[in-house]
Design a binder for this molecule. Structure first.
Ligand code: ZN
Length: 446
């Protein structure tokens, strides 16, 4: 069924309001664009999912999840957000935190496909029926793709139980048993440093495997077609155009954060998004820093899949960057270098926080900031207490999801470009100050 489009014209404030309703082949997912940034490709959308775990299983009624985009998918280890147990999930903002990314390869050492089928899929396995699960054949946390391990038969993955070559048929067996709400087709991901010939092979294989996945795809779950192409505009466009011809519900832009530079990334992102239909959602992996997220949104990306928060929390960092781009800190503050922070984040392991009775961010509404001080988290980190990472993950997730909410508001109000410039300039100023402070620390004053 072709997408139906209804344009409502421009509103004051530089926002082009457009309602694009996409009726996909999957009844589980709907996506509608609510507002466009008039001067660019950024848009606000609404993603609706009807949990596929409940369809036709005789279980509890299907739960509908509505997520406004641009949105962040939470990185998980085997389906659960890192450091967060199911009883802590209620401390995260809802519904913004209800979209979970997972890798089917993480389950290779666990229950087999038949057992997961009998249990009723990944929602029932984890007891999280009210969440949207997005299956991505990639392990962003531990293993990056290599160019030589995959071959024409399938993609190679380093898993917790060893290295495996996963063929499209095996991958589809996993998807069929797990019943995710959205799933991404198998891709031949390669680092940015590969030759043009290997990059072209990567595109050819990814399209072939997409066709294999389509021919085997289950009834439930919306398919996002993988788009690769490395650091070649032509290959990125070729891949995007080929995937756009297929019967998919959305697009997964693969292969960023693998050695490409942030300066040239906009060119590749625009080459892809300009080749795709507007009415379907686009997801990207590997863009995690605040300026990378803004760069992706400016290119028309709706969903982000990154390990940024996970790595911050793991290292003991807490996000503090001002969400509105207005700097409240003195960039010449000598405390900067002592904390190993850069005003985007602070390292709570630092000694300066041992007696600090203040909150991570004054006014933050998260559980951590409402109940605990920097001094307490500093103590937990220094005695290696796991609660430190739990509290940090709650704050960092809350802070970053608030960042996404403000971006959506800025697009809807026609102020996205202003918001983006202000935040990027503020970040640049802070990073420069942090670098200079660190330099002064190691250079004797003459
Ligand atoms: Zn907080």
């Amino acid at each position: 069924m072709p997408p139906t489009e209804r344009r409502e014209g421009s509103l004051d404030g530089g926002v082009a309001q457009t309602q694009v309703h996409s009726e996909q082949e999957s009844t589980n997912m709907k996506f509608a664009i609510k507002a466009w940034c008039k001067s660019g490709r950024a848009r606000v959308g609404l993603l609706q999912l009807k949990s596929s775990s409940s369809l036709g299983q005789g279980g509890p009624p299907a739960k509908e999840i509505e997520i406004e985009t641009p949105a962040l998918l939470l990185t998980t280890r085997k389906g659960l957000p890192a450091f967060i147990s199911p009883d802590h999930l209620s401390f995260l903002p809802s519904p913004d935190s209800r979209l979970l990314q997972f890798s089917p390869m993480h389950f290779m050492e666990g229950p087999n496909s038949k057992t997961i089928t009998n249990i009723g899929g990944v929602h029932r396995l984890l007891g999280l029926q009210g969440y949207g699960f997005v299956a991505v054949p990639r392990d962003s946390i531990l293993f990056l793709p290599e160019s030589y391990s995959s071959n024409k038969n399938g993609a190679s993955f380093e898993t917790p139980c060893g290295r495996f070559l996963v063929k499209p048929l095996e991958y589809m067996k996993m998807i069929t048993s797990m019943k995710p709400d959205l799933w991404v087709s198998l891709a031949d991901e390669v680092p940015a440093s590969v030759t043009a010939k290997r990059n072209k092979t990567s595109v050819d294989r990814t399209i072939t495997w997409l066709d294999d996945c389509i021919s085997l795809k289950p009834r439930d779950g919306a398919l996002f077609g993988s788009i690769v192409g490395g650091c070649s505009v032509e290959e990125r466009q070729r891949c995007a155009q080929e995937v756009a011809k297929r019967n998919v519900s959305g697009y997964y832009i693969d292969g960023f954060g693998l050695g490409d530079s942030i300066d040239e990334r906009s060119t590749f992102l625009h080459a892809v998004t300009d080749s795709l239909p507007k009415e379907k959602p686009r997801q990207v992996c590997g863009l995690g820093l605040p300026e990378e997220v803004l760069q992706g949104i400016a290119a028309g990306i709706d969903l982000f899949d990154s390990t940024y928060i996970y790595h911050l929390t793991l290292e003991g960092f807490a996000l503090i960057f001002p969400l509105n781009g207005k700097c409240k800190h003195d960039v010449s503050d000598p405390q900067l270098c002592a904390t190993a922070g850069d005003y985007t984040k602070i390292n709570l392991k630092a000694t300066v926080y041992r007696k600090d009775a203040s909150r991570i961010v004054e006014g933050c509404k998260c559980y951590t900031c409402q109940n605990h001080t920097k001094a307490y988290i500093n103590h937990l980190l220094n005695v290696h207490e796991m609660l430190a990472q739990i509290l940090l993950e709650i704050h960092n997730t809350h802070h970053y999801l608030s960042f996404f909410r403000l971006i959506r508001e800025a697009i809807a109000e026609g102020k996205f470009e202003e918001f983006k410039q202000k935040l990027i300039e503020s970040r640049r100023e802070h990073l420069l100050a942090a670098t200079l402070s660190a330099f002064e620390l190691v250079t004797p004053v003459r």
